[in-house]
Write a protein that binds this ligand. Structure first.
Ligand code: C2E
Ligand code: CA
Ligand code: CA
Ligand code: CA
Length: 279
């Protein structure tokens, strides 16, 4: 029994060494990716009650030199814990703002809002507000066409600092959306303190709509909360017309999900109004 015990320990050590090797390889490759600008930004359409496009969410992808196009789940966690997300996030922000500038020139795309995800590490970096100003200045993007998505769970790190930063962001004319709403612990009194433009209903609640009566109640409550606080409400993860219909009945006026389009490159984006049709 003793010898098998040491065998287990040895195996565990090997496993730990391999994990450390993989981690340092990922770290090396991510540094490389930042330097070589290997990140691409995909966009997912958002629509209003008439199914007309109102904007897009910018979602990062990593064009890995050998492994192909990688989803955020493959690298965002590590980028976050290592702090590299700050540099990656800045590149995404720059790309998104350059896209806004391009869309500013055509009447059909002038008012599209581009939503950019900002991680806790970015939000709490003292340089974030200055970097945002700098990017807006150099790209000449209209701040009203930029939206910052912050998740509810980020707020609890330091509510005071979060509020100050959010106020500075909004003072520039940039919108703020509270992502994954309903999964955290924001109380009503917290919400009233926050400088917000929009609540984004987490896709977990949308997925189970009308299958689970509790989720109906949660979604209804979020929409009413948004109306009371005079905030826009958008539902994410809308995959079926049944979900869309339930949400519309409950007073939701903005939607995002595979039903209207998957995240794709800007070349593949279909922004023509009326292309999304209820069959
Ligand atoms: P998120 O911000 O909640 O983004 C929504 C995710 O849901 C995206 O996954 C999107 O592709 C997916 N999605 C959209 N519509 C549907 C639908 O109808 N059904 C289902 N099942 N899923 C849908 P994605 O692109 O893999 O991104 C995953 C997460 O990675 C994002 O979740 C966000 O937290 C993070 N992320 C993505 N881009 C960035 C970025 O530039 N910076 C930071 N900090 N995080 C990012
Ligand atoms: Ca998001
Ligand atoms: Ca979300
Ligand atoms: Ca999420």
């Amino acid at each position: 029994a003793k010898s098998s015990g040491t065998g287990e320990i040895r195996l565990f050590e090997i496993w730990m060494e391999q994990a450390a090797t993989l981690r340092s390889q990922l770290e090396h490759e991510l540094h490389q990716a930042i330097e070589n600008k290997e990140f691409r930004v995909f966009y997912q359409i958002q629509v209003d009650s008439n199914l007309a496009p109102t904007g897009v969410e910018a979602l990062v992808r990593w064009q890995h030199p050998t492994r192909g196009l990688l989803a955020p789940s493959e690298f965002i966690g590590f980028a976050e814990s290592s702090g590299m997300i700050v540099e990656i996030g800045l590149q995404v922000l720059e790309t998104a703002c350059r896209q806004i500038t391009q869309w500013q020139d055509a009447p059909q795309t002038r008012e599209l809002v581009v939503a950019v995800n900002v991680s806790a590490k970015q939000l709490y970096a003292p340089s974030f507000v200055d970097q945002l100003k700098q990017v807006l200045r150099t790209t000449r993007a209209n701040p009203a066409c930029l939206e910052i998505e912050i998740t509810e769970s980020q707020l609890i790190v330091d509510m005071q600092v979060a509020i100050q930063t959010m106020q500075a962001i909004r003072a520039m004319g940039v919108r703020i959306s509270l992502d994954d709403f309903g999964t955290g612990f924001s109380s009503l009194s917290h919400l009233r303190q926050l400088p917000l433009d929009q609540l984004k209903i987490d896709q977990a609640f949308v997925r189970d709509l009308s299958l689970n009566p509790n989720d109906d109640a949660i979604v209804r409550t979020i929409i009413e909360l948004g109306n009371t606080l005079k905030l826009d409400v958008i539902a994410e993860g809308v995959e079926t017309w049944a979900q869309h219909e339930r949400l519309a009945q409950m007073g939701c006026e903005r939607y995002q999900g595979y039903l209207f389009g998957r995240p794709c490159s800007v070349e593949d984006l279909n922004l023509a109004p009326g292309t999304v049709r209820h069959e």
